[in-house]
Design a protein around this ligand. Structure first.
Ligand code: SF4
Length: 718
């Protein structure tokens, strides 16, 4: 056990706040302020502050469980691993490799995400791997890649936000999802900048705005097109920038001009004067940014919606310039890194395309296999889950709880139950683990070393501060053991730094190039922004060095000669497209997949609350967080409540074409009268994702979490 304070990072959201873990007399750890990490400068939300509670939770799993006679019972690691290997071998023999599925998570470290992708393709030989990050930022990733040739959530550090002139924040409630980041917006306003928030609800973040636009859920695309129409009509485009740094403008311009402000007002409910005011505020300063999050992204037209916001940045000359640009606020702890290292259905490490022959050759060489042995792209997350029990017979699931977090969750729960065999690695018996044939208890963030990549593209080192409890093993050990049982003795190390060294080689030359990053640099420099290639004149310039040893920094604190700095700001000289120009997308408005009608007359939108994280598997086990947010609710406007005859706290059934959820009414003027809101952190009868619509974006394959049609029934007094 450590006897001194250990600097590390929070296990939860994409801000990856810095914190110190101090040993306690009882042998555990407690959180202490870590002011030297620039992202949060010591500030933490309640989730980060209480994170150690899950480490010593009495519901923590410390023994493998295997299903026997219909019940889960404790078992040895040998028995549990043998069962998994046996089930996977049988399924492969009977149905072929694509009958084996793998589902990962955006909270896994880079080392685990990398190893999981390699495990699926090299050991199992399956193409059927994807992860829950598909449900998070895939639309922004698709739109960013199209426009800029490269997707990195924020192409600039958070510290640039207070120095810009105007921020349009679209579909993000930072005050609840990552509270320490709110200070960037506060400082923006203190510096004289303006904040425009786009959200159907007047959230705590929207309350900070100079202008709050509350469009009808699912109409952000029309809103962005209407703003671009006004930018053109009012002569506010940056013609020199468009000429020199972009292509595709004429088509995008023509598409936007079909979206007259009055038409946009009818679709969105945002008035023409408000649209004009937004354009005035956005165009007045020299610099401005658009930041999107799940609101516009989690739609069946999420990619087009983000493209429309990017178009607005490009038409006004805001991208690829200092203190300006478009960025996506990734949600999960390693939502950025999780999509770069190969656990995504269509990607290889280094953010390479699985269909690119050169990428396949490079990665196959690092892995010591023939390129032709690597499978092609598999199904996206929802499609993979939907195929369970039919085409996919067995599933290995790591770092995810789809019974709560997947759209149309009751159906996905049925699919999981229909599998021949389900293996789950987790720290507690999550709702998904409860369905498993084998559950493996794994180490947590403070018990293992590894790297994550935060929403800025800053690669960070999480350090081990605690010895794991007996009976628990790391995900890397699990994959090592399973690989050996399935006939692959080498190539699956259990030491995270050894994995990272291989990841560096696999990523070298790719869009997300980590080859110049080492654990020692991460420790010394408080993180390094990718891309960070190794110097061209040295194959292994810095090599494996742990976090001790000779410094990679010069006495001035800068990277030493021969050590490449990372890249905090992208696209300043050129975009990452072939011709260096950003590409406009000609997009037009289309309606949501499920419009309200007589049977389902109200819109449902879903989201998060400050005291819970994602499916709540960890945070629902923390007493303080549970007391603050004990269960779901249905937020509705007083006018809607009056029509329903509901008072505060009354039980309300929310019914969609996919199922029914029940939760108490919470009456608030902060939401539009045509819309209700439910947070999605809970299982059982209040599970919001029972209701959500799995209609997929054609490009990103993102389900439409953010809007569907429902009807309401008042059930009884609260
Ligand atoms: Fe952790 Fe996010 Fe809270 Fe920071 S904001 S303490 S990273 S959950």
């Amino acid at each position: 056990m450590q006897t001194t304070s250990t600097p590390t990072h929070c296990p939860y959201c994409a801000l990856q706040c810095g914190m110190n873990l101090n040993p306690t007399p009882e042998g555990g750890v407690e959180v202490a302020e870590r002011a030297d990490f620039p992202v949060n400068r010591g500030a933490l939300c309640g989730k980060g502050r209480t994170a150690p509670e899950v480490l010593s939770s009495r519901v923590r799993l410390t023994s493998p469980l295997v299903r026997s006679g219909g019940e889960l019972r404790p078992a040895t690691w040998e028995e549990a691993l043998d069962r998994i290997a046996g089930a996977f071998s049988r399924a492969r023999a009977e149905h072929g490799p694509d009958a084996l599925g793998v589902f990962g998570g955006g909270g896994l470290t880079n080392e685990k995400a990398y190893t999981l992708g390699k495990f699926a393709r090299v050991v199992l030989g399956t193409s059927q791997i994807d992860y829950n990050g598909r449900f998070c930022m895939s639309s922004a990733a698709a739109a960013g890649t199209k426009a800029f040739g490269l997707d990195r959530g924020l192409p600039f550090p958070l510290e640039d936000i207070p120095k810009t002139g105007c921020v349009i924040l679209v579909g993000s409630n930072l005050a609840e999802t990552m509270p320490p980041a709110l200070r960037y917006l506060t400082e923006l306003k203190e510096n004289g900048g303006t904040l425009i928030v786009v959200d159907p609800r007047r959230t705590r973040t929207a309350e900070q705005a100079d202008l709050h636009l509350a469009p009808r859920p699912g109409t952000d695309l029309a809103l962005a097109l209407g703003l671009l129409h006004l930018v053109v009509a009012e002569g506010r485009t940056d013609e020199a920038y468009i000429r020199e740094r972009t292509s595709g403008w004429e088509e995008a311009r023509a598409a936007a001009m079909a979206h007259w402000p009055e038409y946009v007002e009818r679709i969105t409910g945002v008035s023409v004067p408000q649209l004009r005011e937004a354009v005035r505020l956005f165009c007045a300063p020299e610099n401005a940014m658009v930041l999107t999050a799940r609101g516009p992204e989690q739609q069946s037209k999420g990619t087009d919606t983000v493209s429309a916001w990017i178009n607005l940045c490009l038409a006004t000359g805001r991208a690829g310039r200092p203190l300006s640009g478009y960025g996506c606020l990734t949600g999960q702890g390693n939502g950025q890194g999780g999509r770069e290292h190969g656990q995504k259905a269509d990607q290889l490490p280094g953010y390479r395309k699985l269909t690119d022959p050169a990428a396949r050759r490079h990665v196959a060489e690092v892995w010591g296999v023939h390129p032709d042995s690597l499978p092609g792209p598999g199904r996206s997350a929802y499609e993979l889950l939907d195929a369970l029990g039919t085409d996919i017979r067995t599933l290995l699931l790591m770092g995810s709880n789809p019974v709560v977090s997947a759209p149309r969750a009751a159906h996905i729960e049925d699919r999981l139950r229909s599998l021949d065999f389900l293996a789950v690695c987790d720290v507690v018996l999550s709702e998904t683990a409860e369905l498993a044939d084998v559950v493996l208890p794994v180490t947590q963030w403070a018990e293992e070393t590894g790297t994550t990549t935060n929403l800025e593209g800053r690669v960070l080192l999480r350090r081990r501060a605690l010895t794991p409890p007996p009976g628990v093993r790391s995900d890397l050990e699990v994959m090592h053991e399973l690989a050996a049982r399935l006939g692959v003795e080498k190539g699956f190390p259990t030491d995270p730094e050894e994995v990272f060294e291989e990841l560096r080689r696999a990523s070298a030359g790719g869009p997300a190039d980590y080859s110049g990053i080492t654990y020692r640099r991460l420790a010394e420099e408080n993180g390094v922004f990718w891309p960070c290639p190794a110097p061209a004149d040295s194959a292994e310039p810095e090599g494996r060095a742990g976090v001790e040893g000779a410094s990679a920094l010069s006495p001035s604190g800068e990277p030493a000669p021969g050590v490449r700095p990372g890249t905090p700001r992208l696209f300043l000289d050129r975009f990452a497209t072939e011709d260096g120009r950003a590409l406009f997308a000609a997009v037009s408005y289309r309606a949501v997949a499920e419009e309200p009608d007589d049977a389902y007359p109200v819109l449902l939108t879903t989201g998060r609350v400050v005291a819970q994280y994602q499916s709540g598997a960890q945070t629902r086990r923390v007493a303080e967080l549970n007391a603050a947010a004990p269960g779901p609710f249905v937020e509705m406007h007083p006018r809607l409540a009056e029509r329903l005859g509901a008072s505060e706290g009354d039980a309300v059934a929310v019914v969609s074409r996919r199922g029914r959820a029940v939760a108490p009414a919470r009456i608030s003027r902060a939401i539009r009268p045509d819309t209700v809101f439910m947070p999605f952190h809970w299982p059982g009868e209040g599970r919001a994702n029972t209701l959500t619509n799995p209609a997929l974006d054609p490009t990103s394959r993102m389900p439409e979490f953010k809007v569907c049609a429902v009807r309401l029934e008042r059930l009884g007094q609260g």
